[in-house]
Write a protein that binds this ligand. Structure first.
Ligand code: NDP
Length: 419
């Protein structure tokens, strides 16, 4: 028996909510609240007669703590699932603290306005001290650790696939396969084709900011930053085939370096086709990825927001996307004094996802872990108070839930390594 408030009703939330409704013995009551209520109502309507979960809807602007507090106080949920955008992480955490409710999200905090001088000063200090320049990092949410601990509440951060499942794979490798881990390579391959010359698989603004930023990895406890897309490798992915992949900065590197300190090197690679990269470079060169407002014919517009309005809605890509994703982690290290390698990954088919929940696999591979993470908190499998990332919890019940709810793991005990 549980009451859950989901904030956001985009591509990922649609999957998470549909999956919650499949597990209606755990998710007995659910409120979908977002900026545009009509989207919540349409989903609630689509779910009618298909679940025992009692679904209601509400309108909320999650940038406003007072609106969130009013909603949380009236609905009285056991858990708030933040599946809106990373810009809302802190306001929703604040509201959860005020109301005494557990919190979770799928991506770490990033400000909407990166020109805000107050934020910029802290950001630039961090760039110098830490050595990576991504707009997002965990420091903003880790600053809430003591407050959540003292309130006896849990905040689960980044419970999608990557971040999320990738960290559970690391915790699993550490618990069952290795005495010490030397290197981790996280490989995110999307072998899907949506038929458009250019489209992003999740929120275009967040996606393009992430991909156009400098790459970085961790070596011997320190960040090494490189120009965007300057390290390329080829890899032959199970069930997908040969793909080009590029080293990116990614948020889980930061928490993994902290929580598995013995690891000498952690890298993250993502596959991209040439068409995507050429379009992105061109858009960047002409200033369309900028977050700084410009005046256009008397109106103020933010270029990347205007671009978002032109691009296909990621939630609409489902029917057109064919092919598979393959996301996982390759480890090297030692077990019982011997060298060992190990690869754990999931393969997910875009069309199978569409048949099940009317979504492509990127939203599916994020929404299912969000539902399974919520299930861990609601069923008392993960009880640690404070602010935590996925690798800090027991991976076993979470991976079992993923196996059951659509993202089964595969293993390879002699993988090809990435040089
Ligand atoms: P979408 O843009 O499809 O959906 C975002 C939703 O949030 C929309 O319903 C939007 O409402 C709502 N929203 C935005 N601002 C507000 C606000 N101020 N108040 C209330 N609701 C708001 O994004 P996705 O579903 O693609 O992504 C959701 C999250 O998942 C993002 O944080 C993204 O970074 C993360 N993600 C994580 C991954 C992982 O593996 N960990 C992978 C992919 C995504 P409206 O309809 O009005 O715009």
């Amino acid at each position: 028996m549980s009451r859950v408030l989901v904030i956001g009703c985009g591509g990922v939330a649609n999957v998470a909510i549909r999956k919650c409704c499949q597990a209606d013995d755990v998710f007995t009551e659910l409120c979908i609240a977002s900026r545009t209520k009509s989207k919540c109502d349409a989903l609630a309507e689509a779910l009618k007669g298909k679940t025992k979960t009692v679904v209601t809807t509400a309108q909320v602007d999650a940038d406003k703590v007072d609106e969130l507090v009013e909603l949380i106080k009236s609905y009285k949920p056991d858990l708030v699932m933040n599946i809106a955008l990373p810009y809302q992480d802190l306001t929703i955490m604040d509201a959860c603290l005020i109301c005494g409710v557990n919190y979770m999200d799928t991506a770490n905090y990033e400000p909407e306005d990166t020109d805000d001088p107050e934020w910029r000063a802290i950001y630039e200090k961090r760039c110098k001290e830490q050595g990576f320049s991504a707009y997002f990092d965990y420091s903003w949410q880790w600053a809430y650790r003591e407050k959540f601990e003292k309130a006896g509440l849990t905040a689960l951060l980044g419970c999608g696939f990557d971040p999320g499942v990738t960290q559970a794979y690391c915790a699993y490798a550490k618990k069952h396969e290795f005495d010490t881990i030397d290197t981790i390579d996280i490989l995110d391959c999307n072998g899907g084709d949506h038929g458009y010359a250019f489209a992003t698989n999740f929120n275009p603004e967040v996606n393009l900011r992430e991909v156009s930023a400098p790459g970085s990895y961790i070596e011997n406890g320190k960040w090494v930053e490189i120009p965007a897309m300057s390290i390329k490798r080829e890899y032959d992915f199970d069930k997908v085939g040969q793909k080009d992949m590029y080293l990116l900065h990614h948020e889980e590197l930061e928490s993994l370096a902290l929580n598995i300190p013995e690891v000498k090197r952690i890298r993250f690679f993502m596959t991209f086709g040439q068409s995507y990269l050429t379009h992105m470079k061109c858009l960047e060169n002409v200033g369309m990825l900028s977050t700084t407002p410009i005046n256009f014919e008397g109106h103020e517009i933010v270029p990347i927001k205007f671009l978002k309005a032109l691009l296909p809605d990621p939630a609409s890509l489902g029917p057109h996307t064919h092919g598979k994703t393959n996301i996982g982690c390759i480890f090297t290290g030692k077990k019982d004094g011997k060298d060992k390698t190990y690869y754990i990954y999931n393969v997910c088919d875009h069309q199978e996802c569409y048949k099940e929940v009317e979504s492509q696999a990127i939203s599916y591979t994020t929404g299912v872990p969000a539902m399974c993470g919520a299930m861990m908190l609601l069923t008392g499998k993960w009880t640690e108070k404070g602010v935590h990332t996925v690798e800090e919890f027991d991976p076993d019940p979470f991976l079992d839930a993923l196996d059951k709810y659509g993202l089964p793991r595969s293993e390879n005990f002699a993988p090809v390594l990435v040089d």
